[in-house]
Write a protein that binds this ligand. Sequence first.
Ligand code: SF4
Length: 290
Amino acid sequence: MKFKMFSVIVGTEACIASCPFCVSGVTPNCENMKEPKINWRNLDIACNLANRSGIDTVMLTSRGEPTLFPDQISEYLKHLAPYKFPFVELQSNCIPLALNHKKYDKYLKEWYTLGMTTITISVVSEKKEINQKVYTPNGEYINLAELIEYLHGFGFSLRLTCVMCNGFTDTPEKVQDFINFAKQNKVEQVTLRPVNDEYRRQSAHDWVAKNKLTEEQKDVIRKHLADNGTKLLDLERIGSIYDVNGQNVCLSLPLNKYTRDTNPDNLRNLIFFQDGHLRYEWEMEGGILL
Ligand code: SF4
């Protein structure tokens, strides 16, 4: 079997944000703030399989917000180190990192030393008031430019991942503003990801049905990138990478039945869950190896 990506699940469904399109994030409580135990034996099996697949990127990700479990991130990095994956990434809304430097300074230093290469910052726009509506409707959203400077200060490469929804980042002009913001702040990579319209809990499903981009909107954005940039790579079932005025931009494809390939040598994701389960599908429970 061969996979394109290796996802490793951190923490629980707990998240301090409350995005209407979220698969699962729930308010932190006594139960979901307990760190799940990790089946290290099966993580070794997963790492061996990932290495045999020639996977170059491990993504530390979560059903909630992974940075609420910083010790677990450190533990994972220690265990992943011997396998020498070239790129080790963390996918996060980064709000905890921005709000509490005192707590996270030491973790960020440690994570960099332990081989983390990239932090992916999830947003819906570069504009504070728009991110605030989605991530922190009851409080103030962080200063994104300051967060970028802070994380660059530790040496991380950064990717701004914009979940594109109607009314937020949904036109070529707004996409270009987002790209310009990334360029001004020296963000290494940008991913534009139309909000996924499948496999959602009911409340998210209803919100997404109203707020997802139409195929026409996606086509106009794709055309904007093609007209104003140079296509560099087509990553099968993942997306296309462009250079737009020197800014790396990936227009990503959603993870759904249309990007599934039943050829076992062309699977998209190897996913490790803390209890030791190893899957190649996020939502289809039958897609399991261990
Ligand atoms: S930041 Fe991520 S995990 Fe948290 S609520 Fe939003 S989509 Fe869900």
